[in-house]
Design a protein around this ligand. Structure first.
Ligand code: ADP
Length: 375
């Protein structure tokens, strides 16, 4: 089917008069949906439907940010710059979830540039109240967090008691009880890791994870973290770096990403085969790659690998949250995570983070600046 040419002038004719726009906006009033229109340059409020006026009072003629967020100045997340490209409205609307400072309720805001009745491009915002959904999500997160926290204590007691039993039994040499005691300790550790993964998922999915960022050299960091992983697992790990690559990141969270990728590389490749790590600065990004020569992943499975609860084959280590959490962590840092693999030919998992140019590790000013820009 032939693509329909973009015709902004024809679209303009759809709103030939403010009265016509008002009539259409009544549908939104009936559904309890906020609708308003503001000038892209001056921010002047041009139109508010009844629902918008009920929420903020009459604000036509004032600046949109003074109406929707009184006393706060320019909106921190103003979408105007995203709505027009090369003088034309961007086809895809910009969708954000924001809490309104006037009434504390949450809204899904759908912003789009449209031709106004006089032909100029303006921003139309449709805001749907999603407070009930957000409250349900918060309840689910809090409940999961509470259950996971409550599981932590008995689990660590089981793990500690099993270690103690092991120490007590050791002088007598291997016995019939050694293997079950080791199994208790191993499984308690395994369960503790799953509980941690679950807790981390709830924090990351909340969209507001607390990131403790600092500036450090990702090459140095990766070398240190992964060399001890190799030693602990008794597995060969090789490392190469093209030079320093400074990033602003939450070190504990990046450590979890590396532990996960390297742990999987160990798990899905033969015992003596080395796992290769590479860090390089390329363009505006620092890129870390973890390569193994293991079982590989089919193209079909690669497409679903980073989804929640996905396991390509039974017998994985956990709940299928490992790579999902890695992706969320990397994305919360403004980065991306991907895999290159073929069945039977090993896999390379890579993630890229924005480089902090001209920064020295531990540089506090850079750390503050980047924390702000990614908040
Ligand atoms: P889990 O937390 O259950 O271990 P992950 O999210 O870490 O799950 O991994 C999801 C699935 O991806 C695994 O069950 C495994 O099938 C596959 N996988 C991950 N890493 C590799 C790898 N390096 N080689 C082959 N398969 C892998």
């Amino acid at each position: 089917m032939a693509e329909r040419p973009e015709r902004p002038e024809a679209a303009a004719a759809e709103w030939s008069s403010p009265a016509q726009f008002t009539a259409i906006s009544r549908i939104f009033d009936a559904a309890g949906i906020v609708l308003y229109v503001a000038d892209l340059e001056s921010h002047e409020m041009l139109f508010m439907n009844a629902e918008a006026r009920r929420l903020w009072g009459s604000g036509v003629g004032r600046r949109c940010y003074d109406v929707v967020n009184p006393g706060q100045g320019h909106c921190a997340r103003c979408t105007n710059a995203l709505l027009v490209r090369d003088g034309r409205p961007v086809e895809q609307p910009t969708v954000t979830e924001v809490q309104n400072s006037a009434n504390g309720r949450w809204y899904q805001c759908i912003d789009k540039a449209i031709p106004w009745t006089d032909g100029r491009l303006v921003r139309m915002e449709v805001a749907i109240d999603i407070t009930d959904r957000i409250l349900q999500e918060q309840f689910r997160e809090q409940y999961l967090e509470m259950v996971a926290h409550d599981l932590r204590t008995p689990l660590s007691t089981i793990a500690m008691s099993a270690s103690l039993l092991h120490v007590l039994l050791e002088p007598a040499g291997p016995s019939r009880t050694t293997a079950p005691v080791e199994a208790i300790a191993r499984n308690a550790r395994h369960m503790a890791e799953m509980v941690e993964d679950l807790l981390e998922t709830t924090r990351l999915e909340s969209g507001r994870p607390e990131l403790r960022k600092s500036v450090f050299d990702l090459a140095d960091f990766t070398r240190t973290v992964t060399s001890h992983l190799g030693t602990d697992a008794g597995r060969p790990v090789t490392f190469e770096a093209s030079g320093p690559a400074c990033v602003s990141a939450d070190a504990r969270r990046l450590e979890r990403v590396l532990e996960n990728l390297v742990g999987n590389a160990f798990r899905y490749s033969p015992a003596g085969a080395p796992v290769k790590l590479r860090v390089e600065a390329r363009g505006a990004e620092a890129i870390v790659s973890v390569s193994d020569s293991g079982i590989g992943i089919s193209a079909a499975n690669q497409a679903r690998l980073f989804q929640r609860l996905y396991r390509a084959a039974p017998g994985g280590k956990g709940l299928g949250l490992g790579l999902y959490n890695c992706r969320l962590i990397v994305e919360h840092h403004g980065g991306r995570l991907w895999v290159e693999s073929a069945l039977g030919s090993g896999s390379t998992f890579s993630f890229a983070l924005p480089l902090v140019p001209h920064a020295a590790p531990g540089d506090d000013t850079a750390s503050r600046l980047t924390s702000e820009s990614h908040a």
